[in-house]
Each structure stands twice: as C-alpha cells, then as structure tokens.
Design a protein around this ligand. Structure first.
Ligand code: PLP
Length: 682
C-alpha cells in the first residue's frame, strides 16, 4: 500500500494530481492546508492565535473559531478540490476527515500552561493526539475501489472535532495499513544537514538515527521526525520505506519513489554490533527489543549506555536529546527547566546564540593548535580575559577543566615558593585529580586513592584564627573557594579573605582562589573576589568560562609562573573553547546580563523563603548559586522536582542545590520558584 501526504505549504497540487493519476496503483492520500487556513482565518477576521506556554513554547490555539476555519479550509476547500482534481483525472477519489465515520479517533490534549496577568492557567483547547484508526471503514473503501483523500480534524471520544498533527495521523495510517511506501511532500527539497544550504540534502537515513536527527532540527521538521520515530518504533528491519521530498518538483511522487529527497529505512540490527548473543544472560542492548518490553525511550538509552559506561555518577534515568537556553528536552520529548546547568557550567544557558555563532565560525577555520603555536582566537580570548581582570594578574595558563586549573595552581605554588604544604578548608572541593583531590575535603572521594599528596592542613571555613595557626614556613599556598559549592553553598566572610591575604603577604604562601564554580557572573559579579576586593596570587577558572565547552584557566600575579617545559596540556586552550570563551565575556559585559544572577536567584528562592517551610532550615544564596539547607535528605526533592519538569542537584546529603542560567526568563524563574516551594511543602 502506498500512502502519500501532501503538506499544507506551497506545493504544486496540479503536478501532484497528474502524477498520482499516472501511477495506476491504489493509494491513500492525506493532506494539510495550513497556509490556506491562515489566509482564510485572516480574511474572516479569525486569524490564528499563537500562545506561548510557561516554558516558552509557542502553539496555535485550537478554539471554536479555529476549528471552524480549519473545517472550511482543510475539509471544505482543499479536500474537495483535491477530490475534484483526482476525479477529473479518472481516480475514484472520496474525501473524508478523521471525524467522518469516526475514522481517526484521538485523545484530547491536557492543555497549554500559560501565564496571564501574573497568574498561571491551563488553557484547554480542541487539540489532541490520534490513537485509533477505523481500519475496517478504510479497508472497505479500498476494497470497493475508492481512493480515500483524508484530512483533519480527527474525533475525540465524546465526538468533538480535534485538531492534531497530520504527521502523527500519517504514522498511525502507515502502521495500521501496513504501508510499504510513505511519501511526504513538503515545501523543501528534503532533510538538510545544513538548514541554510538547500544543496545539503541527506539522501538516506537509518530509522535508528532519527532520535539524533530530532535533536538536530527544530520547528515543524522536529515534530515531523518525532512522529516518524513512532512510525518506525521497534521496526527491526521491517516497516515502510519513507520518502521526504519536494512537493514543488515535477512528478513529485514518482521522483520521491525513485529516490529524490531523503529516504528513511529501518535497517536490521547487526548481531555483531548491537546485540548480546540471544542465549547469553544479560539484557539486550537493542533499543527496539527494549521497546518490546515496554521500556521508555529514556530507559532504552540509559540501558544501552549502562552496558559500556563506567558509571561513577549514578544516572537519573533521563537521556537529553537537545537543549536551548534554560530548557533541555529528553528522549520522550519532555522539556525540563535546567537548574543543573552542566554542574554550574551554563551561566548563559545552553547554546547561547552569540556563543553558538562564534563556535560555528571557528569550526570553519581551525580546531586544534598546540600550545607551541599561536592562534588568533586564543590570543583574542586571553586579551579579553585580562581586560576584565585586575592589572596585577597578568599571565594565564590554559587547560581543559577545573581540576586541571587547580592542579596547575598547586604546581605553580610549589615551584614558586620552594615549599611543599597546603592549607585548604573543611568541606572544600577542588577536583578529582591527585593534586586537587589532596586539597579536597570529602574523605570518601580521597580515601580509596591514597597515598595522596602529603602536607595538607585543613581549617574550618571562615575561621581566621585557625587559618593563621595553620600557616608556617612549609606552606606553599592557601587554597580557598569564595563560595563552597559542592560543600553546600557556604559563603566566605570578607574578613576571612582579607585575613588570608594578609597572612600570605606576611608569611610567604601564595593565595589561590578557586573560582571554578563562582566565576563568570554566577554570584552577581564577573568574579566572586570582586565582592570583597581581595585579589589572589593565583586564580583558578573553568566551568562557565566557555559556555559549556571544556576550558580551564590558571591566572597568576606578575612575577609568578613556571619555567619552559615545566607544565603543558595537549588540548589546553582549544580554539573552539576559546571562541566560546571570548564570546562569553562579550555577552557578560553587556548591560544587565550579570544582574540576571540576582534576579533569577531571588525569583527562585522567593516563594520558599516567604512560606517559611518546616523542612527548610536555611536558604543560602549568592546571585544564582543557591543552596537550600534542609532538615531531611535532599535527594527525594531532586526527584520530585524532576517529575515536575525542573532539574536540580544536591550538595551533600541535606542541601538542595540549583545553578540556573542567569539569563533564564522571568517566567521560567518564577515557575521554578513556585514548583520548588510546592515540592518542599509536601
Ligand atoms: C570549586 C571547584 N573546583 C574544582 C572543580 C573541578 O572541576 P572539574 O569537574 O571541571 O574538574 C569543581 C567542580 O565542581 C569545583 O566546584
């Protein structure tokens, strides 16, 4: 069975009718009419109403007026004109909507969550998802020699007309009719690998790769691919051949069947590559086989991943397919407001447009330039960084991560002072490689890996006296976070930092500030040391430095450094990361961007503070670095928030931690604040 879908854009309906008539084979035609609908709606004074949900997604509202206009355009004009056109060419066409004879039954959508006049509403409309096809009616028509020409609306369980995604109807029809070929004609030449280049048509896609494609495209194409995935769900070598082709081309159906545009097929799994031998114990890693057991798309990815990744993190059961701004989308298509933010690396959210453009430009020139060579993007970033720093901090070593930036600081301190020991704090976190792990506090992170670097003295955070007592002639550096992030969001007193500065000045150790988590606007200043005005000898930076790409930086005061050959890194200061890092500084220097840290932080914490909840002992916050000290374990609340569409994290057993982008919209921040208070009230 051939199934053809004609999109509602500017396709050539006459060429399509000519071509279909010449095929001389049975087919079912499904069509849209969205452009016609919009034109008619506007002419009738009922233009489409676009609404924006709380999470920032837009959709067309299907209210009574919209359904009237849809019936007039889709069912009244486009459907009957197509039937007319086909009948004129000798095709025994019959026009139907999903409503007629209960042909396509659907389930009404829950509604769109919106905010109006500061209050939240659930806006219900007449939209739904197609679930069931009246196959016997369709088969009867086909057996009697009719060519069904179908369109929306579909019908709800109570008989109401529902608007729906035509691509989902197409997937349902293809499955229920066991279609061998599905042709979808659109106003594009196919699926493009570069949306700006019409020459970049992807000729062939394996249905197993559709999930990745869904993450790469946007808008209508994304919805199309999501629907396609349901069509190929669990296909394992079976399923139809799907052709996505240009509806403006001559003889477009024949051209598509001959391979024009993009073809999607479901390949059979290769037993060597993807599967355990059938009789081996242990779970199959095949996504489609898992689909047979009812596992969700997220679970399938998590299971496949678990087969190979050494899991040192503990997985949450989500596979993230795409991300933009403050929102991430999982494999089931569900959106979450991301307050984990790459463990604090996304001060500017996911794929900030200025960063994306800078990285895209760099992608076209050079990706990898080792440290012995100079490359402009790295130079520009270094210049940009040092313009933002006090003059006395005048050189930088570039690496790839936070732990490396601390590791370099420790080496610099030993080489510069000729001393061996370090002072760090209780609850400190500085990384996981051997040096930075040695100055990290948490015993369970350190103990299995001893012997670590000796001579580390640990003092209570903010205890000026203990700090003074710990420093002697063998101490190479005092290493401090300005806000202890992993340790539970504890803030350094300015007096403690001042005392550390004075003790280092008078007794010789270097003062190292680890601003891996606090740097780049997180605390409401570009660097957290600006709050106190205390300037360190060595400054460690990473995380948000490059908008989520890997980069670490160790900045040193004039006269401090290393000799040639004493340190290095293959990937350190990677050009792509440097492009993103220079753009990060540009964005952060624009008016009001860094101010977003307090705006977002306040909106998120406000409702929880206001309600004085029993379970909350203390709310600690600097800018958009938030720690909620609970009287009970925090993990269940992380799960409860995830259920509600918010990703958060913990810091230790009883601190709920949020590291939202400082560019989060007011609505999203307020939404997170409400949900947080709601979850903590239960
Ligand atoms: C203050 C601080 N230093 C160092 C690190 C280690 O950074 P990375 O995980 O990039 O090695 C972290 C990570 O959370 C951190 O918060």
């Amino acid at each position: 069975m051939l199934l053809v879908k004609v999109g509602g854009g500017d396709v050539d309906l006459t060429a399509i009718a000519d071509d279909l008539a010449s095929l001389e084979r049975p087919f079912v035609l499904l069509h849209g009419a969205n452009k016609l609908r919009d034109k008619m709606g506007t002419a009738l004074g009922k233009p489409p109403q676009v609404v924006e949900s709380i999470s920032g997604f837009t959709s067309v509202l299907s209210d009574d007026d919209a359904i009237d206009v849809m019936l007039a355009s889709y069912a009244g004009i486009r459907n009957k004109r197509l039937v007319e056109s086909l009948r004129q060419r000798g095709v025994n066409a019959i026009g139907l909507t999903g409503l007629d004879g209960g042909l396509v039954e659907g389930v009404q959508n829950e509604g769109i969550r919106i905010r109006r006049d500061g209050r939240k509403f659930l806006l219900r409309d007449q939209s739904g998802k197609p679930k069931r096809l009246n196959t016997s009616l369709l088969r009867t028509l086909l057996d009697d020699g009719y060519v069904p020409v179908l369109t929306v609306p579909i019908v709800g369980a109570d008989g109401t007309a529902l608007n729906t995604e035509n691509d989902e109807v197409l997937a349902l029809l293809a499955r229920e009719l066991n279609a061998t070929h599905v042709v979808s004609l659109i106003e594009e030449v196919g699926l493009l690998s570069d949306p700006t280049d019409p020459e970049s048509v992807v000729p062939e896609i394996d249905a197993r790769d559709l999930l990745e494609w869904e993450g790469r495209v946007s808008g209508r194409m994304r919805r199309k691919i999501r629907a396609l995935r349901s069509l190929f769900d669990g296909c394992d070598g079976a399923g139809p051949v799907y052709h996505l082709a240009d509806g403006r081309a001559p003889a477009p159906v024949s051209a598509a069947l001959a391979g024009a545009g993009t073809t999607v097929r479901c390949s059979q799994l290769s037993p060597d590559l993807d599967l355990e031998p059938a009789d081996e114990p242990g779970a199959s890693r095949d996504a489609s086989a898992d689909a047979g057991t009812g596992a969700t798309e997220n679970e399938q990815w998590v299971d496949r991943n678990a087969a190979y990744e050494l899991d040192v993190y503990g997985k949450r059961g989500l596979a993230i397919i795409s991300a933009k701004g403050s929102i991430v989308t999982d494999a089931a298509g569900r959106d979450y407001i991301d307050c984990v933010g790459g463990n604090g690396s996304l001060v500017l959210g996911h794929r900030h447009p200025v960063l994306e453009a800078a990285v895209a430009e760099q992608l076209g020139s050079v990706w990898c330039v080792p440290g012995a060579l100079v490359t402009p993007v790295r130079t520009r970033f270094l210049e940009r960084l040092h313009r933002a720093l006090p003059e006395e901090l005048d050189r930088t070593f570039l690496s790839n991560s936070g732990t490396e930036s601390v590791e370099a600081a420790l080496k610099i301190a030993r080489a510069h002072t000729g001393r061996t020991d370090f002072v760090s704090c209780l609850r400190a976190f500085h990384g996981r490689t051997m040096g930075s792990l040695s100055v990290t506090f948490e015993k369970r992170y350190r103990e299995p890996f001893g012997p670590l670097m000796g001579g580390v003295r640990r003092v209570r955070y903010n205890d000026v006296e203990a700090l003074g007592a710990a420093i002697d002639d063998s101490v190479a550096a005092v290493v401090l976070e300005l806000v202890q992030g992993e340790g539970g969001v504890h803030v350094a007193d300015p007096e403690f930092l001042q005392a550390a500065r004075e003790a280092c000045d008078s007794r010789g150790p270097l003062l190292v500030f680890d601003e891996v988590q606090t740097g780049f606007g997180r605390t409401g200043r570009l660097f957290a040391f600006e709050h106190s005005g205390v300037v360190p000898d060595v400054l460690c930076l990473a995380k948000s430095i490059a908008g989520g790409l890997p980069l670490g930086a160790t900045v040193v005061r004039k006269g401090i450094g290393l000799e040639l050959g004493q340190h290095g890194s293959t990937f350190g200061g990677n050009p792509l990361s440097c492009a993103a890092a220079a753009a990060t500084l540009d964005v952060l220097s624009a008016p009001d961007v860094i101010g977003g840290a307090n705006r977002v932080g306040e909106a998120i914490c406000g409702p929880t503070i206001e309600r004085q909840l029993k379970v909350v002992k203390e709310v600690r916050r600097v800018g958009a670095m938030i720690g909620i000290q609970l009287r009970v374990p925090a993990k269940p609340y992380v799960h409860a928030l995830m259920e509600k569409g918010v990703l958060a994290l913990t810091a230790g057993r009883t601190v709920l931690r949020l590291l939202p982008p400082i560019v989060m919209s007011d609505d999203d921040a307020a939404g997170v604040g409400e949900l947080l208070a709601e979850v903590l009230s239960t």
